[in-house]
Design a protein around this ligand. Structure first.
Ligand SMILES: *Cc1c(COP(=O)(O)O)cnc(C)c1O
Length: 388
């Protein structure tokens, strides 16, 4: 890989062999063997009872909101900074997204902001593990419980993260994952919904398959619903990647650790947050530049791009975008979301990134912030002293 890639998968011969098996044998009597096996093993890994694979994470969240009966007149709380897949399904079911602020350290949903926005119409809170960072789930769960609303975990970016000894994806009434080609575990396009409640599970299966009941008559439809069935070959890739999850996560961690080392002496620079009670799986290494640097994420992104280094912007606050023009005024209360998004940038974190590429990116960031090449700090200060 010559060109530095911002995101991308790590696919090996093992994955290929399993996909070929699904393509060769996964028909007739075994059309869903990989789907069901992957669902079962993925749920068990997260300490959940049920897994429901879907064409992508967005449809998994849509299924869950539908199954919970959330609809017109209801409100669902979402962080202002996240991928639109966290919020779009709220509109699919005709409920209203209510965008809340994020926290300064973990960049995730701020419990204080959530508390202020609760109304009698609030039905659910969607907490997102941004870039692998974990939101303050103990407080969010307590708020949800007190208010009598559902907590839903969008773990699309936090597969492998752990919060107080519990895996991301094990919290709340249900959790959703993405296996998009840019995510840590990929099926190209794909997603998963994890649940514990059996009735909710049966309802999700029915909603996923044109209103048919599992085990019921094949040509009999109880409701007009979605068609969000996964493909066995897609599931085979997911199953194969899941067998390698340890090495995929280790690779993401190694990328993060190298950036952290190479940028360690830069003052006032925040990377992915990892308090003592969290293990951060760091889907993407993300940097937020402190005010003393007097840069924006956009200015650094442009400058990096001129050096041949790609990056991606921190998630723009959704309330700042045309898609949510109708609720733009909600953004005024989310000061931190706007502030952090303006000063942040995600660094290349593709699984196939080489060490020398990570070093190249790090050196480019150092140079743009006026820092000497890594390892030359002492030399630089000596030079300054001798000039004085
Ligand atoms: C990637 C992502 C999604 C959507 O995933 P798809 O599989 O593309 O639908 C949802 N939420 C978050 C936080 C994501 O990063």
């Amino acid at each position: 890989m010559e060109q530095i890639a911002v995101a991308g998968p790590w696919v090996t011969d093992k994955d290929v062999a399993i996909v070929v098996d699904a393509l060769t044998n996964g028909w007739y009597d075994k059309p869903y063997w990989y789907v069901e096996t992957f669902e079962r093993e993925f749920a068990r890994f997260h300490g959940r009872r049920f897994g429901v694979m879907t064409p992508n994470c967005t449809s998994a969240l849509h299924l869950l909101l539908s199954a919970l009966g959330i609809g017109e007149g209801d409100e669902v709380i979402v962080p202002d900074c996240t991928w639109i897949g966290s919020s779009a399904p709220v509109s699919y079911v005709r409920a209203a997204p209510v965008f809340c602020d994020i926290e300064p350290e973990n960049w995730c949903l701020d419990p204080a902001s959530v508390e202020i926005q609760l109304t009698p119409r609030t039905k659910a809170i969607i907490a997102v593990g941004l870039f692998g960072n974990m939101p303050r789930l103990d407080e969010l769960l307590a708020i949800a419980k007190r208010a009598g609303v559902w907590l839903i975990e969008d773990a699309a970016e936090s597969l492998g993260s752990v919060y107080r000894g519990i895996r991301s994806g094990a919290f709340g009434v249900g959790s959703v994952f993405s296996f998009h080609r840019t995510k840590t575990l990929t099926t190209g396009e794909g997603g998963m919904l994890l649940l514990d409640d059996e009735n909710l599970y049966e309802r999700c299966l029915m909603l996923r398959d044109h209103g048919r009941k599992r085990g019921g008559p094949a040509y009999y439809f109880w409701e007009v619903t979605h068609k969000y069935m996964p493909f066995n070959v897609q599931a085979a890739l997911g199953y194969a990647q899941f067998q390698r999850l340890g090495e995929l996560l280790a690779r993401k961690r190694a990328i993060f650790e190298r950036y952290r080392t190479k940028l360690a002496d830069i003052d006032d620079l925040q990377l992915n947050h990892e308090p003592p009670h969290v293990i951060n799986s760091v889907w993407m290494t993300t940097a937020v530049f402190g005010r003393r640097h007097a840069v924006t994420g956009a200015s650094i992104g442009d400058a990096l791009s001129r050096l041949g280094v790609p990056s991606r912007p921190f998630f723009y606050p959704l309330t700042s975008l045309p898609a949510y023009a109708a609720v733009r005024t909600q953004g005024a209360r989310n000061r931190r979301a706007y502030d952090i998004a303006a000063r942040g940038i995600s660094l290349p974190s593709a699984l196939m990134l080489t060490t020398s590429q990570i070093d190249r990116v790090s050196e480019a960031v150092r140079a743009l912030l006026g820092y000497p090449p890594f390892g030359h700090e002492r030399l630089a200060s000596t030079t300054i002293v001798s000039v004085v």
